[in-house]
Design a protein around this ligand. Structure first.
Ligand code: GLC
Length: 733
């Protein structure tokens, strides 16, 4: 009898205990508690060694969590255009997995060229789903370094020369990636605008250039995009490595912009323990103890933020509050990502993602020239279309450095043109480059004369030639680790084009590249199309635009100078570019890109914001809502755009601000608003573009703050920086 009684009592006690045990979850694991409480609680349970372990790599692409507390490791992956294949634990070699072939999305220059924030949102969602599916904590992208020189090997990974365009286009990408529970990582912070001597070059630039040109896109990523991680750049700024730079990381990023996320190095970007400890670095990544060279057995323990950091903490030279701040930031990122049980599951290499890749590609392609409306190609009138050029078949999802991808699928321009035009298509390679290689250029084994002769023979008998050339993400040809050595097209393409033009005038040039190039033949070819590194769906996108199935609506995110010395960075001495191997001075200051061309009256080959369509548009005279504005006001610019042609299309209305009689040097005009509008044939829409008066500001070096002068301004309503339709005076009191 008693046994029964005690048995039941025991059961009740166990039940009660397990209920309370269930209810009383440790705070850091309790998702109903605010993250800040969970961070604080987790930190209070950790040893000094565990906190330090959060601050440095444990392998090529991972850093520790706190296994004892069930807090997972941090796994990072490149890159901005898709999720890189798995890399081995402790070498740069591929792990050769069979299930990590991804969707290759277009390069970010293409996304920027769409001038459509909605494209940025669908892009970020899709690439975020792929990173989530591959169970990554951090996606190492997007990059927003400003396009200062057409020689920079990594311009293809970034969003052009204008800080306002890059700011507008980067925010949706970050927001959508992070909705997947994956941290985006804005890079390379900051002033990493070339690859020559990237590991140490000490960049000097004025406060105005820093604030008005090089920081805005990073600021937007942090303050609007709420990005959860930032990658320090390899170079130095004013004598301190950007991966532990007090001004950039502590003063501006963390204090002024209130960044609460994690700062990681570029790989091997840390060079000093005390600076890494005190100047705002949170996680040190890399390869070996001394950065990028061969690692030793316990390399990661010897990192600057590993045992040396622990020693300083134990000696008391670095207060524990320093490691607590770093560890808190890493924990916060983990709680926002891998420990958020509500985050979605992601998806990988799906048809939906392929369609996103194609849509972004189609909207980013820029029609630069179309004399005599040779485009779109009319299959009913053409019997023989000669496609010439290695870029019609060459894979462009590989190469370029860390953004290289193992694509699940990649459709070439030739394949899609053949699918669309059938037997009308003939092909000749025309020119050849060597195979992709890291850090060096391998010459092609083909005989250039033979290739050229074959191409000319096919061009002679064709109704139209589609020349598909450009650069190719080989070393020196749009690739990380080296800049281009020339502004001209490589591999004898200019000579080949000259030979083709001797036998056929109807040449459509399609440039596949991430940079501007010299075009000595620009006056002699009727059509030029700027196609970017378009990823998995390159072929369909290019064929759809050339055939007219898609009406191109891209606009250039950077200027195409006629010659290199027309560019600001190349208008001074070696110190301006590429520097003297130790020091570099950005002598063009705030006059980057069209700011240089407009202010110095140097006509570009093709202007920033330029892009044609297969239809035509008319922009009406804009109205504004007031005559006098306060400094906190917003100018509502209202006008209409009409599609006056025969096919649907899209125009990008652009608003540039000019200050009259400014007390300081200011560019002729600066982009401060834009809107892409899609119109059916004949359709007219009323458009409103709000321009904040705060955006009229320049950085005042005396007060170290933004300043809007009272006085006269002009709003330029344009369809390219070289094509202003109307000017509207605005007064600020
Ligand atoms: C590379 C690149 C950086 C990349 C990282 C990891 O050197 O500079 O963009 O994310 O290392 O591959």
């Amino acid at each position: 009898m008693y046994n029964k009684f005690f048995g039941i009592l025991l059961l009740i006690l166990i039940g009660a205990f397990s209920l309370t045990a269930q209810k009383v979850k440790p705070v850091y694991l309790d998702e109903t508690r605010p993250i800040e409480e969970r961070v604080k609680h987790a930190l209070s349970l950790m040893t000094l060694e565990e906190k330090v372990a959060l601050c440095h790599a444990q392998s090529k692409f991972s850093s520790k969590g706190v296994a004892r507390l069930g807090i997972p490791e941090v796994w990072m992956s490149d890159g901005p255009h898709g999720v890189r294949e798995e890399i081995l634990w402790d070498s740069w070699s591929e792990a050769k997995w069979t299930n990590d072939s991804c969707t290759a999305f277009p390069a970010l220059t293409c996304l920027a060229a769409s001038w459509n924030p909605e494209m940025s949102a669908i892009y970020g969602k899709a690439v975020g789903e792929e990173a989530r599916y591959r169970n990554k904590t951090v996606l190492l992208g997007p990059g927003v370094n400003i396009y200062r020189t057409p020689l920079n090997g990594r311009n293809f990974e970034y969003m052009g020369e204008d800080p306002f365009l890059a700011s507008q286009m980067v925010v949706p990408y970050i927001q959508e990636v992070q909705k997947n529970g994956v941290a985006a990582c804005i890079k390379h912070y900051a002033l990493n605008n070339q690859e020559v001597w990237r590991g140490h070059i000490d960049v000097q630039a004025s406060d105005r250039a820093l604030r008005e040109i090089y920081l805005p896109a990073f600021k937007a990523a942090v303050t609007e995009g709420k990005v959860w991680s930032v990658m320090g750049a390899y170079n130095q700024f004013r004598g301190e490595h950007c991966c532990h730079n007090n001004l950039l990381l502590n003063k501006i990023l963390k204090d002024e912009w209130k960044f609460d996320g994690t700062v990681v190095t570029d790989w091997g970007g840390a060079h000093n323990t005390m600076q890494a400890a005190m100047n705002g670095l949170d996680i040190e990544m890399g390869t070996g103890t001394d950065g990028m060279t061969r690692s030793i057995s316990n390399a990661y323990d010897n990192y600057y933020l590993a045992l040396p950091f622990l020693d300083e903490l134990k000696k008391g030279t670095v207060p524990e509050s320093v490691v607590n701040d770093k560890a808190s930031r890493v924990l916060r990122m983990i709680f926002r990502t891998t420990m958020d049980s509500r985050r979605p599951w992601g998806s990988f290499a799906t048809d939906e993602h392929a369609q996103v890749a194609r849509k972004v590609a189609e909207e980013g392609i820029v029609l630069l020239k179309n004399a005599g409306n040779i485009l779109p190609l009319d299959a009913s009138k053409l019997k023989n279309i000669a496609v010439i050029g290695e870029n019609a078949t060459r894979s462009m999802t590989v190469g370029g450095g860390s953004s290289s991808l193992k694509a699940h699928n990649e459709i070439s321009p030739l394949k899609s043109l053949t699918a669309k035009f059938g037997s009308k298509i003939t092909y000749a390679m025309g020119y050849a480059s060597g195979p992709p290689a890291w850090g060096r250029e391998i010459p092609s084994k083909f005989n250039a004369d033979t290739l050229r002769a074959e191409a000319v023979r096919k061009a002679r008998i064709a109704d139209v030639v589609v020349f598909v050339g450009g650069l190719n993400k080989n070393h020196f040809q749009d690739c990380e680790g080296g800049d281009r050595l020339s502004y001209n097209l490589p591999f004898g393409q200019d000579q080949l084009l000259a030979e083709i033009l001797k036998v056929n005038k109807n040449v459509v040039v399609v440039l596949v590249s991430g940079n501007a190039v010299a075009m000595p033949w620009a006056d002699r070819v009727p059509a030029i199309v700027q196609a970017w590194y378009l990823g998995s769906e390159a072929g369909p996108a290019i064929a759809n635009v050339l055939s007219g199935e898609v009406n191109p609506s891209g606009k250039l995110p950077f200027t195409f100078p006629v010659k290199l010395t027309d560019n600001g960075a190349h208008s001074f001495d070696q110190l301006s570019y590429p520097g003297d191997s130790i020091l570099q001075v950005y002598k063009e200051d705030i006059l980057v890109g069209y700011r240089w061309h407009d202010t110095k009256n140097i006509a570009p080959l093709f202007a920033f914001g330029h892009g044609l369509s297969y239809t035509s548009f008319e922009v009406s005279k804009p109205q504004i809502d007031k005559k006098l504005y306060t400094k906190g006001g917003i100018v509502e610019l209202t006008f209409s755009v009409q599609n006056t042609g025969k096919v649907a299309g899209a125009e990008v209305a652009q608003v540039y601000v000019t200050q009259k009689n400014a007390p300081v040097m200011r560019p002729a005009k600066e982009l401060k608003g834009f809107k892409k509008v899609f119109l059916k044939a004949g359709e007219k829409q009323t458009i409103n573009i709000p321009v904040k008066v705060q955006d009229f500001a320049y950085w005042d070096e005396k007060s170290s703050d933004w300043k809007v002068d009272a006085g006269e301004f002009v709003l330029n309503l344009a369809t390219s920086s070289g094509d202003v339709k109307f000017q509207v005076p605005v007064r600020v009191k």
